[in-house]
Design a protein around this ligand. Sequence first.
Ligand SMILES: Cc1cc2nc3c(=O)[nH]c(=O)nc-3n(C[C@H](O)[C@H](O)[C@H](O)COP(=O)(O)OP(=O)(O)OC[C@H]3O[C@@H](n4cnc5c(N)ncnc54)[C@H](O)[C@@H]3O)c2cc1C
Length: 495
Amino acid sequence: MWKSATRSLATAALVSAPKLQDVVIIGGGPAGLSLLAALKNSHKTKHLKCTLVEGSNLDPIRDFGMDPPENYTNRVVSLTPKSVEFMQEKIGSWDFINLDRIKFYDGIRAYDGQDNSSRISFDGTTTGSGVLAAMSENINIQSSLISKIEQLNDEIIDEEEDQPAIILDNTKVIDIEDPLNAQHTHSHSDLNEIDPSAGDEALDWPIIKLDNGEALQARLLVGADGYNSPVRKFARIESRGWQYDRWGVVGTIKMQFEDYRALGWQRFLSTGPLAILPLTDDNATFVWSSTPELAELLLKVDEVIFPHLLTAAMTLEEVDLQYIYKTLQNNPNDRSVLEDISWRLSKKDISDLEENYPLPVTELVPGSRARFPLKLSHADTYMAPRIALVGDAAHTIHPLAGQGLNMGQSDVGHLVQALEKGVDRGMDIGSTLVLENYVADAWPSNHMILGACDKLHKIFAVQWTPFVYLRGFGIKTLNSLGYVKDLMVQTISGK
Ligand SMILES: Cc1cc2nc3c(=O)[nH]c(=O)nc-3n(C[C@H](O)[C@H](O)[C@H](O)COP(=O)(O)OP(=O)(O)OC[C@H]3O[C@@H](n4cnc5c(N)ncnc54)[C@H](O)[C@@H]3O)c2cc1C
């Protein structure tokens, strides 16, 4: 009787004891998957036991690789040459990207909504390749990363030496515990039952509780878990910033025909910047930063009117736009605005339109409109003992310069570099000594980019006429200073 009770207690200890891992990554977005793939693709870190936990179902992302939808999905990002190079050379996932759905583009034309003649252009000549950036769907990036991880797993011959990467999707992290402070701390002997090599050191590893009843314990816990990061909250890392009281309305559109110029266009309206960025063939995507009221309207406007509204917003005076918005506020299906827009456009100089504006938008892909709240946030640090943050868990940025995902890629690059250095020196990869290198490399440049984008948003939100003149003068002057523009392109493209 006593003997069987002892055995069942021992079994209970085994079942409830968390599984020890070197690295647990929470979040299967672009940042989390990039980190897992990069760690497994590095000969210095591939031996680490790594598990990624993602709350949502990743099957649609896996399926994208085999069977992509006909139309572009609406979450699209502009990748800098540095991010592309990182995926090509460090992660090796670019081999799995669906290149038919990637659009490399050569430059950006940006102009002031208050004064269309205040213009600035950025070109890819500075990056050395002639390419300024590459447009990609988020799902294409994530799918290529999963394929790379699967390939690396398939290549493993000795599972003792090279640990396969584990992805637990459809699995939510419901709690994170500090075992030193937790009420039900697992005893040392419990941990040794799972992995005798862990010894005393595992006692301070965070315990990650999953909604399937299982638990993991991590030498290093990485929060790649987005803006509301549970890991950041667990680590009590302060994140500062503000809501912009703006929404980013996005969607997929068709242009009149494929534009040989391969350019991105951005117009700084007083309600926020509107960007039209090229995809392959006649496809394009737009990001329209708008006030909450305008964003609501943009989602409601009739699908036949919407493409013409976009063309108008890239071209007409703001007073014209205010009039059109007002008509649509009264009735978002009022097709009389089509005639009105076309009449106002007919007053424009055709050669100016052809040269200095994007092609007319002809179609909105049905159901592709969506909106996202825009905010700035920056964590005070990206580390705590046994904790690191990457991607949106560490920072969120206004999309006007298309930097969010790129900053996440840069974080991953710096973190992997710090971990490789730690492994080389035989250090504990969860120790602050190792993680400090990561923060020192990643935080300052992110802070600079966050500050620059925030200032751009604020400068262009001002409508006060004397300031608008001053701004116009500043833009024109900057546009004539080739070396300053080159420096800006180099900073933003990471080249
Ligand atoms: C309108 C708009 C346009 C943008 N354009 C660009 C652009 O052109 N270029 C660019 O570089 N960036 C752009 N961005 C930013 C970019 O989309 C984000 O920075 C990027 O997708 C963030 O990736 P991430 O992996 O860090 O976070 P996320 O994609 O948010 O992933 C976090 C993951 O964590 C998971 N998770 C969270 N909590 C838990 C939990 N408790 N348990 C399990 N899983 C959990 C979530 O399910 C999610 O999958 C844009 C953003 C917006 C809103």
